[in-house]
Every structure is written in C-alpha cells, then in structure tokens.
Write a protein of this length. Structure first.
Length: 483
C-alpha cells in the first residue's frame, strides 16, 4: 500500500514538473508567435488547407508526447493563424489583445479557477466583482447596475431578452417559470432592420418568435428614428443598438426612452441595448455624444473581446436592476447557498456569477479585463477608443482622396468604402484579402457592395493604417488595369 502511495507521489511530482516544463515550452512558442505576428501575412495563403491537413495525422490510437504536440501546434499557428492581433486586420469588429490582458489571461489559465461562486475561488470572485463595478463606472451606467460576464454579446443579448421577457410577463401577472410561454400575454419586440442577427436569434431562443418583431424605421445612417417609433400596445421590449456594424451609428436610446414615457408605456416596457462594440464610445469624452441617453435603458450587452481588446471570449451583460436578472437566473442549490445571505428575505445570491447567468462553471473571464482596466485606467480606455476612431477617419479620408467612394459618414471606428461598381469592389477586397498585407471584410450597404473597415485592434498604428490603405489603392489600380 505504502509503496503504491509513494510511487503515486513520485508521479505527481513528475506531473508538476512536466506542467512547468510544458508551460515554459508553450510560453516560448507563444512569444515566438508574438514576435512575428506583425511581420507575416495577415491571412494564411494558398497552403492553408494543406497545412491544416497535418492535423489528420493525429491519431487516438497512436498518442504523441505533449511536447511534440506543442511543437506541432506552434508550427501550425505560425503558418495558419489569422493575424487579427497584429495591427492590420480590419475585418468584422474583432479587437486585438491588450498586452497586459493577454499576459494576465495566461496566468489565469494556469490558475484554472472556476469562477462560478465565491467558495470555489475567492480570488476569481473578488476580481469579478471589481471588474463588474468598473464596467458600470467606465460605461457611465446607473450606479446600481450589475454586470455579469459571459461568452459574447450574442449570449448577453439572449440572456437580456430572456430576463426582459420574464419581467414584463411578471408585471402582467404571468409567471414564466411555472407556466412557461404557452398562453402567455404577447410581448411586442421593437427593433430595427439594422439590428445585428444575434438580436433576432435572441428573440427566437427566448421563445418569443420573430413574428413578434416590429421593425422601427431608421434614418439614412441606419439609426432608429424615434419620431417614427411604431405605436404598439404594451408589454413591449425595445432592442436598440449602439454601434451599427456597418456605419458605427447608434440608436438614440435617450429619445426612445422619452417617446415610451410620453406614450405612457415605460412602466410596461423594457429597453435593451445591443452595444457589442459601440457602447464603448461612452468611455471617451470625445465620442460619448454618440451614445447619449444610453443609461436610460434597462439592460446592455457588450463585448470585452472587441474594443477593450480582451482575449476571446468575453461578453458582458449589464442590467440596471439586478432583481429581474436574479429572478430569471438564480437556482437554489443547497451547496451554493451562502450562510447569512438572503435569510431575512433579501437577495439570496450576493453577486455569485452562477446565479446571474445561465452557466454554472465558468473560467475567470474577469482577469484579463482587470488587467486592461487597471493598467490603462479611464484615460487609457478613452485613448484606445479615440485612436481607433481617428485611424478609421484617417483611412477613410485617404481612400476618398484616392478616388474611392465613402458610403456613409465616419462617426466612430467603422467605415464603408466602394470602388465603383459592385464587381470592382468585390475584386478589390478579394485582392487585398489574398495579398496578405491587410484584411478587410465585405458588406452590402443600401444595395451597394462595400469594403468594411473596422479599427478595433490596440496594436494598429498609423503606419499599419497607411500600409493597409496603400495595399488597397495598389490592388484597385491592378484590378482596373486588368479590366
Ligand atoms: C452589434 C453586434 N451585436 C452582437 C454581436 C455578436 O457578438 P459576439 O460575436 O460577441 O457574440 C456583434 C458581433 O460582431 C455585433 O457587432
């Protein structure tokens, strides 16, 4: 028996040493990657599929050593990882990685804390609480609001719609928890045709059905026109947007709130804001006007992995009043009860992450965000937003000077550019994507194909922006010469 124990101990010491050695190996590989990410093609080239086919050689019957596997992954990453954190990736709204956040997330991986509840990790719990406070403060949201982390804005939107649904129906005397949705009073959802697809998905997942959606008319920039907000009967859930994925424009949340109040609907309405990236305009004194009145909403979804440059994945749901959130999400498990809390009828959940969202186990997503906020501070966060917006303006201006057409005014970090007819625009974008110098996505705006410029990587410099614009103009010229 003793022999068995002692051999086990020897093997666990070996296992600890192995972890340290492998961690060092991974850290070295990661550092090598970071050293080359800016100087290599932004998107993998034609050999991509061939390279990735090397994964087919792995076998469940012939396990390889961890060290060999790390070498293989490092090589694959070096050859095929999209350099979305290297300064010249302008696709989607991807965000890069703030150095402190990336490094802190590596530490958090080593700790492997389960952030579900305070007893499981006092460390993760304390950091989560601090980040939640800072999120509310940085975004200028009401002081009593509660923030909770999740995997992304899609999930945050879905959770918000679910909470709003339960709350609105409760006001109408309907208990979704007990009675479900069959036979429930109908809720009308008001959003615009410009809403992100995750909003429609959230409405579907929450069991409301997309037939319940009424589309509010938008202005030329894609923002809801509050004067033309449809007349609807309560209960009503309005889903507004901060940061249109094409133009960067935001819906006027303060005015929407006012219209609902004037119509006597506010007591039986809920305003949710999908602010996946645009909500971050609130941290900048220069761009705060874009989202003025956003604090009048009842809930907000945003992302840490987009503009704050936290590593993937990190979404955020914020609710003005935590009570409806707790009511929808909390579970009463004996092992999760906190002695002394809630015994006198108060909140039973004391900011326990598992009681504020659908998931129980979760990694400590707060750690990289803490690193970003603590090292950049309020001014650094504003500077990050300002710099991205300034670079988007700069790129758009240079392209316009080069003859390209701007399809919408640049108001934030997004720009839409066309290069003549749709086929030329598509050819220019495809050429740039294949060229490796920079990467831009495509979109269709007001029936025109467009190149979408999104500046959200903390690593992007003026030189990166200029190199990307040069690549676009050179590609356009080559496309023109071929026609
Ligand atoms: C406005 C908006 N809402 C929601 C989302 C979905 O966010 P996520 O990918 O983090 O789920 C996005 C993503 O691009 C977005 O731009």
């Amino acid at each position: 028996m003793e022999k068995a124990f002692s051999s086990q101990e020897a093997s666990s010491t070996a296992s600890a040493e192995k972890k340290v050695a492998l961690f060092g190996q991974a850290a070295n590989h990661a550092a090598d990657y970071l050293a080359i990410e800016r100087s290599s093609p932004v998107h993998p080239g034609a050999e991509l599929h061939e390279e990735l086919a090397r994964l087919d050689d792995l076998s469940l019957d012939r396990p390889m050593s961890p060290s060999e596997l790390l070498d293989l992954l490092a090589d694959l990453g070096r050859r095929t990882a999209v350099r979305s954190t290297g300064g010249r990736y302008f696709g989607f709204v991807t965000g890069g990685t703030e150095p402190a956040a990336l490094a802190a997330s590596v530490l958090a991986q080593a700790w492997d804390q389960n952030a579900a509840m305070s007893t499981m990790s006092p460390l993760a719990h304390r950091i989560d609480a601090q980040v939640a406070r800072w999120l509310v403060e940085l975004l200028g949201l009401p002081a009593g609001a509660t923030a909770v982390l999740c995997s992304g804005a899609s999930v945050a939107n879905w959770n918000a719609v679910t909470v709003a649904r339960d709350h609105l129906l409760r006001l109408d005397g309907w208990d979704v928890d007990r009675s479900g949705l069959m036979g429930a009073p109908p809720i009308t959802v008001v959003t615009s045709a410009e809403a992100h697809l995750s909003v429609d998905k959230a409405v579907r997942l929450a069991g409301l059905g997309t037939d319940r959606i009424v589309r509010a008319p938008v202005d030329g920039a894609g923002a809801i026109d509050p004067a033309r907000l449809p007349h609807i009967q309560p209960p009503v859930l309005v889903i507004a947007q901060c940061g249109n994925v094409n133009t960067g424009h935001s819906d006027p949340v303060g005015q929407i709130d006012k219209v609902l109040r004037t119509r006597g609907l506010r007591d039986r309405s809920w305003i949710h804001v999908d602010g996946a990236f645009g909500l971050w305009a609130a941290v900048s004194p220069r761009y705060r006007d874009q989202v003025v009145g956003v604090d009048r909403a009842d809930s907000w979804a945003t992302d840490g992995h987009k503009w704050p440059n936290s590593p993937y994945d990190c979404g955020v749901l914020i609710v003005a009043d935590p009570a409806p959130l707790e009511s929808t999400m909390a579970i009463d498990a004996a092992y999760a009860r906190i002695p002394g809390v809630g015994e006198a009828g108060g909140s039973a959940v004391r900011r326990e992450p598992m009681q504020l969202g659908p998931q129980m186990s979760q990694r400590a997503r707060s750690v990289p965000l803490l690193a970003t906020f603590a090292t950049l501070g309020r001014d650094g966060m504003a500077a990050l937003v300002d710099r991205c917006c300034w670079l988007a303006h700069h790129m758009a201006r240079r392209l316009a000077e080069g003859g390209a057409e701007l399809l919408a005014p640049v108001v934030l970090n997004q720009a839409l550019v066309a290069f003549g007819d749709d086929s030329v625009t598509d050819a220019v974008i495809a050429g740039v994507q294949g060229g490796g110098e920079a990467w831009f996505g495509t979109t269709t705006w007001r029936a025109r194909r467009a190149m979408r410029i999104s500046v959200s990587d903390v690593a992007t410099t003026l030189d990166d922006a200029d190199r990307a614009v040069d690549a676009v103009l050179a590609t356009w010229s080559a496309v023109g010469a071929d026609r």
